[in-house]
Unconditional design. Structure first.
Length: 239
């Protein structure tokens, strides 16, 4: 039986193959947090900031950072998403690649080198607990000392997940959401309880800040945003 991460990957591949899904505008929370917290932490030493957009989708966040003059790279599991970034957004194929980094160890470092900023927006909650830890270690390996990471995850106070709060969490640490939405396939989602749990997940990094945001749509949708950095000379182990 495939694990929750593989199930989610298959669902998202289907989404990109059969729908027009993709982010048109950069994520508002990320843009705000960039100007409030991330920008002050970046120290590129006289060269463009090199940024990795993990789970780049249609490249809206990558385009935002490119407009700032950053040296932008992107990865996504879906070939269709990467093709869109190249065809419609004008990114160079040598800097954007489709891959499953859980199947290709050290892919990011070997293909793209080291980074000053890693962005993982709206994606890590689709990975199992173990796979998320592996991905964070992969990020750590390809980050320069003092490089910054941004990632977000949702809490139970979200209109898509609120009704599943009492649902059993599976062995992968995911809550199974029945077939619905664009993929019409079940998704496993990792949902965090609070800032303390968020800090524990990203404990390999030194915390800069953990921010809570609420967006009112069908009802309150609560998201937690982690901003951290790689400490100088420290090995990538959980605190």
């Amino acid at each position: 039986m495939e694990n929750g991460t593989r199930q989610n990957s298959r669902a998202w591949e289907k989404v990109y193959q059969t729908t027009d899904f993709g982010n048109t505008y950069p994520t508002d929370g990320l843009v705000s947090l960039y100007y409030h917290f991330i920008r002050q932490q970046l120290k590129p030493e006289g060269r463009p900031v090199k940024v990795l957009d993990f789970g780049c989708s249609h490249g809206a966040n990558a385009k935002f950072f490119k407009a700032l003059g950053f040296d932008v790279y992107g990865v996504d599991i879906a070939e269709e998403a990467i093709d869109y970034c190249i065809r419609e957004q004008g990114f160079d194929r040598s800097r954007f690649a489709a891959c499953d980094i859980l199947q290709e160890n050290n892919f990011i470092c070997e293909k793209f080198g080291m980074f000053d900023l890693v962005i993982a927006s709206e994606c890590l909650y689709y990975f199992s607990k173990a796979d998320c830890e592996r991905i964070l270690q992969e990020f750590y390996r390809c980050m320069n000392d003092q490089a910054v990471i941004y990632a977000n995850m949702h809490t139970w106070n979200h209109h898509l997940y609120r009704e599943y709060q009492n649902t059993r969490i599976d062995k992968d640490g995911l809550v199974q959401i029945p077939a619905s939405g664009l993929a019409d396939l079940p998704l496993g989602v990792r949902i965090v309880a609070d800032k303390q749990e968020m800090r524990k997940i990203f404990g390999v990094f030194e915390e800069i800040t953990t921010v809570r945001s609420v967006l009112e749509m069908e009802s309150e949708n609560e998201t937690l945003h982690f901003i951290g950095k790689k400490e100088i000379g420290k090995k990538g182990t959980q605190k």
